[in-house]
Design a protein around this ligand. Structure first.
Ligand SMILES: Nc1ncnc2c1ncn2[C@@H]1O[C@H](COP(=O)(O)OP(=O)(O)OP(=O)(O)O)[C@@H](O)[C@H]1O
Ligand SMILES: [Mg+2]
Length: 268
């Protein structure tokens, strides 16, 4: 496929499950036979670690930082892609901790990742970008490059404010860059049915996003363990009940990818 569906897995609130959801949706897409590129845009490098590629985090240049911030290095992006059993990965790097201020200096600070992904695009059906937990240049790069967002959120009242901040930011970016950023849906993560707040918040999120898919992922030890094992849940524990939920997210992404490709053919 020449024009993959690109999705930013985004929420500036920390620890809500961006990396967990991104890895497991990538694994589910791969299990469906799609070619996936995973971009770990978070300087923390959690996805790089959770995919068992931590040794790549200290790579000298070329690495994600140099390819993003120096236009002469951009072509080297192919050299930094590494192969995981389920997907290809552009790993994060220790140098990415300096990316925020560095990106501000570039002409249009939000467009660097898009230029990078243009060079590897044609090899994939879907590109997923795991975002860092803050609103800044890296997040803007992810939103501009993908123009689609999948939002993991916790079933907690703090999520209301997180959605407000995220959508204010998305609106501003749409205005500044004259783009439309589409919500793919919301993944409510780590639902613990023993907590009374959880049910209320699931209802609130479902009514706030009534025209979008909302998936529910429960708190599961197998999810935690699969991340420690360097693979997605469907490979680590195919019998876990949450495998089905990640597959439903993947099925929706596959559907959107096919319908956009169809639109492209009609337009062409
Ligand atoms: N459904 C789940 N069941 C059990 N543990 C989970 C689940 N989802 C996430 N976790 C655990 O919660 C922690 C935080 O998740 P994760 O790293 O995916 O969040 P994040 O939003 O990417 O965090 P950050 O904002 O730091 O990037 C991880 O240790 C992960 O193993
Ligand atoms: Mg993360």
């Amino acid at each position: 496929m020449s024009n993959p569906l690109k999705i930013a897995v985004s929420n500036q609130k920390g620890g809500v499950g961006k990396t967990t959801v991104a890895i497991n949706v990538a694994g589910a897409l791969s299990a469906r036979g799609l070619d996936v590129l995973f971009v770990d845009l978070d300087p923390q490098g959690n996805a790089t670690e959770n995919l068992g590629m931590m040794e790549r985090y200290d790579d000298p240049e070329p690495n994600l930082f140099s390819c993003l911030t120096e236009s002469a290095e951009r072509e080297k992006v192919r050299e930094i892609v590494c192969e995981h059993a389920e997907m290809d990965l552009i790993p994060s790097n220790i140098d990415m901790t300096a990316a925020e201020p560095e990106l501000t200096l570039s002409r249009r600070s939000g467009e660097q990742l898009a230029l990078l992904l243009d060079l590897v695009d044609e090899e994939y059906d879907v590109i997923l970008v795991d975002c860092p937990p803050f609103l800044g240049n890296l997040m803007d790069n992810a939103l501009f490059a993908t123009q689609n967002v999948l939002i993991p959120a916790l079933a907690e009242t703090t999520s209301k404010r997180a959605f407000e901040l995220l959508f204010d930011h998305v609106d501003a970016l749409e205005y500044d860059y004259e783009i439309d950023i589409e919500d793919i849906g919301v993944v409510i993560n780590r639902i613990d049915v023993r907590k009374s707040q959880a049910g209320e918040m699931v209802e609130w999120i479902e009514s706030a996003f009534e025209d979008k898919p909302v998936w529910q992922v429960r708190e599961r030890a197998a999810i935690q363990k699969s991340l420690e094992s360097g693979q997605s849940l469907v490979q680590f524990d195919p019998g876990c009940d949450m495998v089905e939920v990640f597959d439903e997210v993947a099925a929706e992404i596959e559907r959107v990818a096919e319908s956009r490709a169809g639109d492209g053919e009609v337009a062409a």
